[in-house]
Design a protein around this ligand. Sequence first.
Ligand SMILES: Nc1ncnc2c1ncn2[C@@H]1O[C@H](COP(=O)(O)OP(=O)(O)OP(=O)(O)O)[C@@H](O)[C@H]1O
Length: 307
Amino acid sequence: MIELDKLTKRFAQHTAVDALSFSVQPGEVLGFLGPNGAGKSTTMKMLTGFLAPTSGTARLFGHDIRTRTLQAQRLIGYLPEGAPCYADMTVRGFLEFIAEVRGYRGADRRARVAAAAAQVELDAVLGQTIETLSKGFKRRVGLAQAILHDPRVLILDEPTDGLDPNQKHQVRQLIQGLARDKIVIVSTHILEEVTAVCTRAVVIARGRLVADGTPYELESRSRYHQAVTLVSDDPLDEIALAALPGVAGVERNEPGRGITVLAKPGAVIFPPISALIAQQGWAVKELDVERGRLDEVFRTLTRGEAQ
Ligand SMILES: Nc1ncnc2c1ncn2[C@@H]1O[C@H](COP(=O)(O)OP(=O)(O)OP(=O)(O)O)[C@@H](O)[C@H]1O
């Protein structure tokens, strides 16, 4: 497991990471979120041993990043933002090069490359130069180099940024497959990534932890959690809707998108709304219950915190 213990980094007078403490267990895919300048990269650099903490520390499966840096680093696979830069190498050449840097030789090296390529479905393009690959395949090459040494921790920086929807879906499926026996930390700005692949999300702002929970728990903090949207050609009685038990308010959406009835925290308002619809005989074309809006929760948590 990974344990951050009051991890802190100061640059001159500026505290980029401020006494950050949380832990991550194998099997978890942790979304690491925060606005620009929140301290995500600085935290990652400390975890991967590129930057020394000012105070506090982190332990990776018991190895302290300050005192056992090399042992901790060996446990980590890292996918930096963007794509591998060795554009004129073939995929096989690049992976063999990385395997060699990691200390593998001969048959062992070939076996490592074959296993990593198979895991992220690269077999068909092993002989191609990296520059001829699509962005999605380039990202897979990045994933393959990160898992060559079968690390217990995988740190991925913006893994689906810049990919088209199909490529995003494929890379997310690969990440979920890789997560079965590893700790995966995904640093991301993309909130849909959190619902798509993460089992848990940690949100930081100004270097401090501001939220830690499952995507569902974070969505539950939204004012739209359990909100019900009704679209109908009939005029709807907003006063009757607003008077129902558990209703916090009614919002009119853009033309044709109906109205959204907000629930008070903890209230479930779908049953009384559905009873009112039946009683009034409204012809409702669409009826939708929301889990909540992660973007709104993120904005509220980090409001005024962008630097
Ligand atoms: N080497 C450095 N020297 C001085 N200040 C730095 C240094 N590296 C980062 N900072 C500052 O520390 C703060 C956190 O930066 P960091 O790059 O960790 O944020 P981030 O959350 O990764 O942002 P982004 O999403 O934009 O990458 C910022 O205010 C940044 O300007």
